[in-house]
Design a protein around this ligand. Structure first.
Ligand SMILES: *Cc1c(COP(=O)(O)O)cnc(C)c1O
Length: 390
């Protein structure tokens, strides 16, 4: 089976893990944790970085640190991995779901419109008029490693004095206007889960330039201990990363440029191979300038349904190729069926037609060729004897 996206662990991972065992530093204190924080700060152009146990826990801590609390609203895109919404829900806040634009990221224009239409300023807060709830954070998601119009999000956040927290979970290595993204939001959170471009097995990292904010996140994620005895000054979380996870992460980060280059090469390969499919309405994933191209794949023609997508995935599987559907929007998920939302037309019109294709950084040229040929055959045959109708 050609897998969808598997970790590439052929660097120093084993050496560093052995070092953890040999030195007994296997837990949440250790040189690799600080080293990975430094490496991630450098790679993201941030002054400060705090390692966490996962992207989700990093987001929860970040939202808590910027003051999101019970009953608040958090603005986020409906087209995202459910963890973005869960992080808000873990703060007992409520997601206010917005539609996406052509980059598959939250549409800044829609966010501005929705705020202008539904909110008022009162006592220094931005209140949602119908519910009286406070808008406590805006959380853009860097889908696929695409960075949306962060200049506009920054100006909305500044205009209304609302913190900007970026879900950069799948965006390690992404650039915005030729720079790393660490300074775009007040805090950005990365994930080092197994399917991400850089993995620790599991883990995450909060990055940013505001020392007070990042220190607060560190305090929150490390049980809020003060001093060396058993004294704690608030209800903290145990969201620390272990030295074992960080050891793997350090070995991975040493190869960041190589991995991003591989992701770009894969993207370019599919782009070339599927150029001709444009005439039957099949397109590639959107890609912003500087995108880190976390995943690659195709989008079926506008009239296609989830059933068509599933059939193609099944046919690829029969040939030994793993492919998958992508994020089902948050507003269609059981826990968020009644969440506040803007119109969600775009998200609804695209998610059922997405097929992610094999894009591991160690995929071979032959494997890529096989995926491309198989997919071409499958969609062409389906066109001649339509199992589904484009
Ligand atoms: C992977 C991912 C997360 C969750 O990160 P974990 O480390 O798995 O908790 C959150 N948001 C997005 C957009 C992701 O891709």
């Amino acid at each position: 089976m050609i897998p969808l996206a598997v970790p590439n662990l052929t660097g120093n991972e084993k050496n560093y893990l052995e070092h953890c065992i040999d030195t007994t530093y296997v837990s949440s204190v250790g040189e690799y944790v600080s080293k990975l924080e430094q490496m991630t700060a450098n790679a993201t152009g941030s002054d400060f970085a705090v390692a966490t146990s996962a992207g989700t826990t990093g987001l929860h801590a970040a939202l808590t640190a910027v003051g999101v609390g019970p009953g608040d609203l958090v603005i986020l895109p409906t087209f995202t991995f459910i963890a973005s919404a869960n992080a808000a829900a873990h703060c007992k806040a409520i997601p206010w779901l917005m539609d996406i634009d052509d980059t598959w990221c939250m549409d800044a224009g829609i966010v501005k419109e929705e705020i202008e239409k539904h909110c008022e300023r009162k006592d220094g807060n931005l209140l949602h008029i119908d519910t009286g709830r406070r808008v406590a954070a805006i959380m853009p998601v860097y889908t696929l490693g695409n960075i949306p119009d962060m200049d506009q999000f920054r100006s909305i956040a500044d205009d209304y004095d609302i913190p900007l927290v970026a879900d950069a979970a799948c965006a390690v290595g992404a650039k915005y206007k030729n720079s790393a993204f660490g300074s775009l939001a007040d805090v950005s959170v990365l994930s080092f889960n197994g399917n991400k471009t850089i993995t620790c097995g599991g883990g995450g990292m909060a990055v940013g330039n505001n020392e007070r904010l990042l220190s607060h996140i560190r305090h929150l994620t490390t049980t809020s201990r003060v001093g060396v005895e058993y004294d704690f000054d608030m209800i903290g979380f145990n969201y620390r990363m272990t030295n074992i996870q960080a050891a793997v992460g350090c070995a991975q980060m040493e190869r960041l440029h190589e991995f991003i280059a591989a992701k770009h090469r894969i993207r370019l390969f599919y782009e070339k191979q599927f150029k001709a499919l444009k005439s039957i309405g099949i397109s590639l994933f959107p890609m912003t300038e500087g995108s880190s191209c976390w995943f690659s794949g195709i989008v079926l023609p506008a009239a296609s349904k989830l059933e068509d997508t599933r059939q193609i995935i099944q046919k690829l599987k029969e040939r030994g190729i793993e492919s998958r559907t992508f994020w089902k929007p948050v507003h269609l998920q059981e826990p968020y069926l009644s969440a506040h939302r803007s119109s969600v037309e775009k998200a609804e019109s695209v998610w059922e037609r997405i097929i992610t294709l094999p894009c591991s950084t160690n995929i071979t040229e032959n494997e890529l060729q096989f995926v491309a040929e198989s997919l071409r055959e499958i969609v062409t045959v389906n066109l001649i004897t339509p199992v589904y109708n484009f």
